[in-house]
Design a binder for this molecule. Structure first.
Ligand code: ZN
Length: 81
């Protein structure tokens, strides 16, 4: 475990949101517990989209911090406004 490491930050995040990979793995939709995936909101901001088929909520990300509040979530249903 003490070998020489020559690439400390070689594989940094490429695009996408600024959510840490380890953090995103443990994140779950507070409404249905489904996994969340990166998405882009209607205003171009990053958000986390619930993968639940019957949920589809989208949670915005503020300053790299996902707002995982059901009351703050945006309904992801692609129906008419
Ligand atoms: Zn959900």
């Amino acid at each position: 475990m003490t070998g020489p490491d020559g690439a400390p930050e070689d594989a940094v995040v490429k695009g996408g949101s600024s959510i840490e990979p380890w953090l995103r793995e443990i994140l779950r939709c507070p409404a249905c517990r489904s996994e969340l995936v990166d998405a882009v909101g209607p205003e171009g901001g990053p958000e986390l989209l619930c993968t639940g088929a019957e949920c589809g909520r989208a949670y915005r990300i503020e300053d790299g911090i996902p707002v995982l509040l059901v009351d703050e979530a945006r309904a992801g249903a692609p129906g008419p406004a």
